[in-house]
Design a binder for this molecule. Structure first.
Ligand SMILES: CC(C)(COP(=O)(O)OP(=O)(O)OC[C@H]1O[C@@H](n2cnc3c(N)ncnc32)[C@H](O)[C@@H]1OP(=O)(O)O)[C@@H](O)C(=O)NCCC(=O)NCCS
Length: 203
């Protein structure tokens, strides 16, 4: 079936706490939603995401973050309810590296009130599926040493993690995420099962 160009792209899911969440691609008019979303992050989450206490992004940053081509720069968000104009719950992006277009750097954040309910995993799954379609083979994430949850998450997803002097670099293969070997650990198997469900919802 051909998708009408005005038909919303994405899908609605329900979190464990009952909140309905719409996953959809980032749009140029998400700039204010991102400003509001950053304000909803705790100081700790903001620091773990931006490596600084960033409170208000510049106009240029917002332009780069929202006016994306979904090929060199892939970006999706989760918003409350099933109305695309509702407040943001989470956001994730992959930006191809200049020196290796088959590797892309991940940036991801979920507002503290809704963390640990699978929003981050769902956003990462969507990006992994999209990345696979546009030739991105490796997802690279930079994580501060105090970001134990993200470091554990990436290690469980099979990432090679190395210390780079001021932070850790995690590198995970998109194909390992989407088609883990039979001997891969339970987190990787769960991720692949989630990818199976998300693929069907995106179809
Ligand atoms: C990292 C982050 C995006 C995860 O989002 P989330 O919606 O909480 O993620 P999920 O609920 O899908 O959980 C992902 C994994 O992290 C674990 N996790 C999430 N929150 C956790 C917490 N507070 N403590 C311990 N583990 C946690 C989950 O158990 C899961 O691991 P598993 O798949 O091995 O079980 C979110 O915690 C966040 O925004 N943190 C601040 C910004 C940041 O650190 N960005 C990452 C830099 S790359």
């Amino acid at each position: 079936m051909r998708r009408d160009q005005h038909e919303p792209v994405g899908f609605v899911d329900r979190l464990a706490d009952g909140l309905r969440v719409l996953y959809r691609p980032i749009q140029p008019d998400d700039k204010q939603r991102i400003i509001d979303g950053i304000a909803r992050l705790s100081p700790r989450s903001r620091y773990l995401r931006f490596f600084s206490p960033l409170s208000r992004p510049s106009h240029d940053m917002l332009k780069v973050w929202t006016e994306v081509d979904q090929h060199r720069h892939l970006a999706w968000c989760a918003v409350e309810g099933d109305d695309p104009a509702q407040p943001g719950v989470g956001i994730a992006r992959l930006v191809r590296q200049d020196h290796d277009a088959t590797a892309a750097e991940l940036a991801i954040a979920v507002v503290d009130d809704h963390q640990h309910q699978g929003v981050g995993s769902t956003l990462l799954t969507i990006l992994a599926l999209k990345a696979d379609r546009v030739g991105i083979r490796t997802i690279v994430a930079y994580m501060l040493a105090q970001n134990e949850a993200a470091l554990r998450w990436f290690r469980h997803l099979g990432a090679g993690v190395t210390f780079k002097g001021d932070c850790y670099e995690g590198r995970v293969s998109v194909s390992d995420l989407l088609q883990p070997s039979a001997s891969a650990g339970p987190a990787m198997q769960r991720f692949a099962n989630l990818a199976h469900l998300v693929r069907a919802r995106l179809a």
